[in-house]
Ligand binder design. Structure first.
Ligand code: COI
Length: 354
């Protein structure tokens, strides 16, 4: 069957939906019945296809595996209280995907494949959207290099995929975080602002060491002084200090321009907070804690939405927070959820109806 944009759709013969346990949905473990696939060859995208979710066949020489040209996005679809299937801010992820592509010397993807392909795929598998608190259908677009030779150069061919995963909450609960002083996530001139696979691979050692020491993740610092704060784990970070919301600025290109970060800035301002996007260092944070003006610390991201931080460790100094007394982060999360689920007006046009 062919629809607008000439996407060839082959439907799965049987659905896995009736064997899915929607009460146990660890983040990103299960995938829906279908996926989207497209190929880039001779300077153009072709073979745009929706087909049953299945393994890929690849040669050992696939250049993405060797040299890391691979980028992705994370987007969520929800069901609102009226039963409509909605995707949250997909155009922002589309723009960021192409920013990542440019930085990694990869071709851009046209809107009709990314957005319209995602719409048709999500429409086909919309019964997989969990209608449950803190649950959603996580949408994962991915592009990787598919040349099969070992010379180091930008690949001439690429594959674009979209897969869908019904997902529960990313984190179990409030997090314990340690300030990272040895390893670096991003440096000016690097790839920190891009959502490329290597950024995540490079972050794993620090996270593994943090786990061994009883922490959930690290708070990344700059590459030269290890003092200026960047991101927390895979999320943007916010501090409420003296009723002002502070988040590291994007100016140096070391921080991912989070879609949830942007939504949080807008909603915090609506809630009456002054929001400052600026450089912030760990001494300001410990100083505010000692003075009693550090009120809240939280992460923002598509996967985790708003993640509360109950403990922050810098060297031997441990900052603990009574998260039950917090005001900003819980209200922010409520406001965001109310928009996504149709209880509050979508005045910024964030919801994309499937
Ligand atoms: C997201 O929030 O979508 C992320 O980037 C986290 C993901 C790598 C699981």
């Amino acid at each position: 069957m062919t629809e607008a944009l000439d996407i060839v759709i082959t439907k799965a013969e049987t659905s896995k939906l009736n064997v899915m346990d929607f009460d146990h949905l660890p983040f990103g473990r299960y995938f829906t019945d279908h996926m989207l696939e497209a190929d880039y060859e001779n300077g153009e995208w072709k073979n745009v296809e929706i087909k049953p979710y299945q393994p890929l066949l690849m040669e050992p020489s696939l250049s993405a595996l060797h040299y890391g040209q691979a980028i992705f996005e994370g987007i969520k679809a929800y069901k609102d209280i009226f039963g409509n299937a909605l995707i949250f801010r997909p155009y922002d992820n589309f723009k960021r995907f192409n920013i990542s592509a440019a930085r990694m010397s990869m071709p851009s993807i046209p809107e009709e494949i990314f957005i319209e392909g995602m719409r048709q795929l999500t429409e086909l598998d919309k019964n997989w959207i969990p209608a449950k608190k803190d649950h959603s259908l996580y949408i994962r677009p991915l592009m990787f290099a598919t040349d099969t030779e070992l010379g180091v150069k930008a690949s001439a061919t690429y594959k674009f995929l979209i897969m869908l995963s019904p997902a529960g909450p990313y984190h179990d609960g409030p997090m314990k975080i340690v300030v990272e002083e040895k390893y670096t996530r991003a440096a000016p001139g690097g790839v920190g602002f891009a959502k490329n696979a290597g950024n995540y691979g490079a972050s794993l050692l620090a996270a593994t060491i943090a786990h061994k020491n009883g922490y959930d993740q690290v708070l990344w610092t700059d590459s030269s002084e290890h003092k200026w704060l960047q991101e927390v784990g895979m999320m943007n970070v916010f501090f409420i200090i003296n009723n002002v919301a502070v988040t590291p600025s994007l100016n140096e290109g070391t921080i991912l321009a989070g879609v949830t970060r942007d939504s949080a800035i807008i909603l915090l301002e609506e809630m009456g907070y002054k929001v400052e996007e600026r450089n912030i260092n760990i001494d300001e944070v410990t100083g505010a804690y000692k003075k009693g003006t550090l009120q809240e610390v939280f992460g923002t991201g598509t996967a985790a939405t708003i993640a509360l931080i109950k403990e922050l460790k810098y060297k031997d100094f441990i900052m603990q927070f009574d998260i039950l007394s917090w005001i900003a982060a819980p209200e922010l999360k409520r406001k965001l959820t109310d928009i996504k689920e149709g209880r509050a007006k979508d005045k910024y046009g964030w919801l994309f109806k499937i």
